[in-house]
Design a binder for this molecule. Structure first.
Ligand code: DGL
Length: 267
């Protein structure tokens, strides 16, 4: 079945982090209408088990599909590592795009990266989704992985460059810095908001990749493959949903997006 190309694209995360993916999707696919869902009542996902995150992800996809989404972007590494293959089985007619595979594909096509570090939530790192995908593509790669659970609450609080964030960056990343990786994957959609402080910490010695741009490109390719892109210019009709208080989401969302959003509803 060919989905109606005018229908929106659903994007979800546990909170505001997925807005880093939303932003890239808007740039790559300016004609598409987007529905963003932040599961703020249940954030963080990254300290919960894969089974629980899968259950939440199922609810999120069902909600976005009930709103008419023609495709769903799992804009959360934790949910991507835990649930994407399950969601693909449960929703065989829906385009489900996770954030892990696109950036891994890019890095595997660039053989100059021999030592790759990946940071993410504890659940993402424990799933070994990145480590396994990278190793499957190139067995010689050296991979260093580290869970950084305090980064998500710091970002949710908008603390992108505070003293406490500097100390936390040092606590989590000193070992990785000593190992001198060629590439560092920000394997959590909240982390791009810490890109500057992390890059400064490494003194520019590592190339930093986040998942948003590669995911948006992958989404564009998948839509094109199904002839499901919206080709007509649209009015700005993005909508936002949260599962808890909308006010605090709006405040942090403005820091992520650089503009104020008004049409946020609680579901
Ligand atoms: N932003 C999410 C991720 O990419 C989830 C963070 C969390 O809720 O712990 O993993």
């Amino acid at each position: 079945m060919i989905p109606d190309s005018k229908n929106p694209i659903g994007i979800f995360d546990s909170g505001v982090g997925g807005l880093t993916v939303f932003k890239e999707v808007k740039k790559v696919l300016p004609n598409e209408s987007l529905i963003y869902l932040g599961d703020t009542a249940r954030v963080p996902y990254g300290t919960k088990s894969a089974a629980v995150v899968t259950k939440y992800s199922l609810t999120n996809v069902n909600l976005l599909l009930s709103m008419g989404a023609k495709a769903v972007v799992v804009a959360c590494n934790t949910a991507s590592s835990a649930a994407v293959s399950y969601l693909e089985k449960v929703f065989p007619n829906c385009m489900i795009i996770g954030v892990i595979e696109p950036v891994v594909e890019y890095l595997l096509h660039h053989s100059e990266f021999k030592k790759i570090a990946v940071i993410g939530t504890n659940t993402t790192i424990a799933s070994e989704a990145y480590q396994n995908a990278l190793k499957r593509g190139s067995a010689d790669l050296e991979i260093v992985a580290k869970g950084c659970p305090l980064f998500v609450p710091l970002v949710e609080e908008g603390l992108f460059s505070s003293k406490i964030t500097e100390l936390t960056v040092d606590m989590y990343l000193s070992e990785i810095k000593r190992k001198k990786p060629d590439a560092l994957i920000l394997g959590c959609t909240h982390y791009p908001m810490l890109k500057e402080i992390i890059s400064d910490y490494f003194g520019g010695s590592v190339q930093i990749f986040d998942t948003g741009y590669f995911t948006a490109k992958k989404l564009a390719a998948v839509l094109a493959g199904k002839h499901a892109e919206n080709t007509s210019p649209r009015v700005d009709d993005d909508s936002f949903f949260v599962t808890d208080d909308a006010d605090s989401f709006c405040r942090t969302a403005e820091l992520f997006l650089g503009y104020r959003i008004f049409n946020v509803s609680r579901v």
